[in-house]
Design a protein around this ligand. Structure first.
Ligand code: HEM
Length: 125
């Protein structure tokens, strides 16, 4: 089992919903990130992220029922993601995590996951 799959049980669906919502509030405030997001309305993107987080952290698999295999790196190739962009993304996620009162161990586990995947999304120097 992927070590991140215990996160869903530990934080619960409500917190993951808040995490996705908080993340997109940060995107809306961040000009560098915001230009990348194709849709005017960020709500559909927020829902995709929420469903993805549920799935990857061990909850319902609705994301893949709706979207198929995540193939995150491939889906992100359409944007130029360098180290700076990764930092913008991670900072938005960290700000959102900071709004939740997470157990330190769970926070660290989530943080490790986000850093690992965000590094993997880099497709440009
Ligand atoms: C490293 C910098 C990153 C940038 C600049 C970035 C940017 C984007 C953008 C512009 C979208 C389109 C929004 C939409 O319409 O859904 C997107 C989608 C998405 N991103 Fe990222 N992202 C990054 C990292 C990550 C990471 C680390 C994860 C997961 C932990 C992630 C998960 C997703 C998911 C699940 C979607 C929706 C995919 C779909 O079903 O179409 N992204 N991202």
């Amino acid at each position: 089992m992927n070590p991140f799959q215990s996160i869903y049980e530990a934080v619960g669906e409500d917190n993951l919903r808040k995490l996705a919502a908080g993340f997109y509030q940060e995107v809306a405030k961040n000009e560098t990130l915001r230009i990348l997001y194709p849709e005017q309305d960020l709500k559909p993107a927020e829902r995709r992220l929420f469903l993805f987080l549920l799935q990857v952290f061990g909850g319902p698999q609705t994301y893949s029922e709706e979207r198929g295999h995540p193939r995150l790196r491939m889906r992100h190739l359409q944007w130029k993601i360098d180290g700076k962009m990764r930092n913008h993304w991670l900072n938005a996620m960290i700000s959102s995590m900071d709004q939740l009162s997470l157990e330190p161990e769970v926070r660290e586990l989530m943080m490790n996951y986000f850093v690992k995947v965000a590094n993997h999304m880099i497709n440009h120097e």
